[in-house]
Design a protein around this ligand. Structure first.
Ligand code: PEP
Length: 247
């Protein structure tokens, strides 16, 4: 059985008090025990959110980590540091970082390795731009983005979660249809199968891109959609809880 997962990426939102308030509100919500819920706040929030969620089933994720484990890299945060504050999942390859920070496959591969070395499960994001979708290059793009995972050992791959996030659907209010999501998730699983055989069936593939309470149930009902990576709607406890409970 694949894990059902809903992860909330807070991005660069909420100050410390607002973040703590959101966690307190979420703890009051009745969240399905079948779903692994992951909170992915900014670095600033991590240790406080870690304390608040200690006695709960909520898990902690990071939005980024550096490609090396420590040293003279002013302003950076290593996977080792993240592990020390209770992070168990780490986003890698989010389109905002690919676009604004120009993160390439080599960097992303090193980041994945750092997470794995520190016992953190990478949530590897992939997804095509609007022009790639319009030119029917979406499968080719995603296939290329996934390639850096093929160098992993099967034992390492078992720790990886994939998030398919079409760039044109992130923060735009425009969601992929359930059919578009299923089509790409099935394609991704077929690529995983080619490279890791039966392990592909165990890998959770999340959908991300304007997922909200009103469309989550239809998306999550698709055979190869194992949950969601949620941006905007993760900032409101009621909305996030409704998405978690949409399975
Ligand atoms: C995201 O950034 O991962 C995301 C899915 O954002 P939104 O839900 O706001 O589209």
């Amino acid at each position: 059985m694949r894990k059902k997962i809903v992860a909330g990426n807070w991005k660069m939102n909420l100050d410390l008090e607002e973040g703590k308030e959101l966690v307190r509100s979420l703890i009051q919500e009745d969240l399905s025990a079948e779903v692994e819920c992951i909170l992915i706040p900014s670095f600033v929030h991590l240790s406080e959110v870690s304390k608040l969620t200690e006695q709960t089933t909520l898990k902690l994720g990071s939005q980024n980590n550096h490609a090396v484990n420590g040293g003279a890299y002013t302003g950076e945060v290593s996977a080792k540091m993240l592990q020390s504050v209770g992070v168990s999942y780490g986003l890698v390859g989010h389109s905002e970082r690919r676009i604004y920070q120009k993160e390439d496959a080599e960097t992303l591969s090193a980041k994945v390795q750092q997470l794995l070395k520190n016992g953190i499960n990478p949530i590897f994001c992939c997804g095509e731009s609007l022009s790639e979708r319009k030119n029917s290059q979406h499968f080719e793009t995603v296939e290329k983005q996934l390639q850096l995972l093929w160098e992993l050992e099967p034992k390492e791959f078992e720790q990886v979660i994939i998030a398919y996030e079409p760039v044109w659907a992130i923060g735009t209010g425009e969601t992929a249809t359930a059919e578009q999501a299923q089509e790409m998730h099935a394609f991704i699983r077929a690529q995983l199968q080619k490279n890791f055989g039966t392990l592909a069936a165990q890998c959770s593939i999340l959908y991300g891109g304007s997922c909200k309470p009103g469309n989550a149930a239809e998306l999550f009902a698709q055979e190869d959609v194992d949950g969601g990576l949620i941006g905007g709607a993760s900032l409101k406890a009621k909305d996030f809880a409704a998405i978690v409970n949409a399975f």
